[in-house]
Design a protein around this ligand. Structure first.
Ligand code: DC
Length: 216
């Protein structure tokens, strides 16, 4: 794809910290930010709201095709039920295909005249933007990711159980990594950032150092 915008991709498993890193980096560099997971969530939410069957591929593709930027800010996207439905539509190759253009357009023509875009997700460096200028793959051991998710939910006042969260993350890792289309995997040229033993500040510094070097 020929483009003049700078594209940075940040992929990784659930709760590795990629969203925090991506948002920070985008803000720092004045780039537009796209949480690609929200597209799958918005697809699922549109489908649920229209009363469609979550296993109906045609209805799911219609929902994906109708997504508007405002849909990505809906607070309902974060609901547990929407997350589960999102993982189902995300396994449909037709839905992934339908959302590909949205993501590539965002990277090629970042909104509000931004000179670059940061995309985070599972396959942004491998499938969506294989020619990205800098690719990161952010990970952490599952126990640490579960611990962070537990603290995050507890801080929100939710009644959570540590063992259930750990089991849920393991299940989601397995589903994301083993699906036939665009499974979670680092791009060959991605910088691997393991945040298991890193505080957010150190992780952010390591990511920025890598990006600076790549863009120099
Ligand atoms: O990161 P998240 O929990 O918001 O993602 C929601 C679902 O979408 C999750 O099942 C993984 C999937 N997803 C994907 O398949 N590809 C992406 N680029 C981003 C998310």
């Amino acid at each position: 794809m020929s483009r003049t915008s700078i594209v940075i991709t940040i992929d990784g498993p659930v709760a590795a910290g990629k969203g925090t890193l991506a948002r920070n980096i985008a803000q720092d560099m004045g780039y537009a930010y796209l949480d690609t997971g929200s597209l799958y969530r918005a697809t699922a939410l549109r489908l649920l709201r229209s009363g469609g069957d979550i296993d109906d591929v045609r209805a799911a593709v219609d929902a994906a095709d109708g997504i508007q930027p405002a849909d990505l800010d809906d607070p309902k996207l974060r609901d547990e039920g929407v997350g589960n439905a999102a993982s189902k539509v995300a396994a449909m190759p037709e839905v992934r295909q339908a959302l590909l253009e949205y993501q590539r357009n965002f990277a090629r023509y970042p909104p509000n005249g931004a000179s670059g875009a940061v995309l985070d997700g599972r396959d942004t460096g491998t499938v969506v933007c294989p020619d990205a200028d800098a690719k990161l793959f952010v990970t952490a051991v599952v126990e640490e990711r579960a611990r962070r998710r537990f603290e995050e939910l507890k801080a929100k006042g939710e009644d959570v159980d540590a063992e259930t969260i750990l089991a849920d993350l393991r299940r989601r890792d397995e589903r994301d990594s083993s699906r036939a289309v665009a499974p979670l995997a680092p791009a060959a040229d991605a910088y691997l950032l393991d945040t298991s033993n890193l505080a957010i500040d150190s992780a952010l510094q390591a990511a920025k150092d890598f990006i600076e070097e790549k863009l120099a």
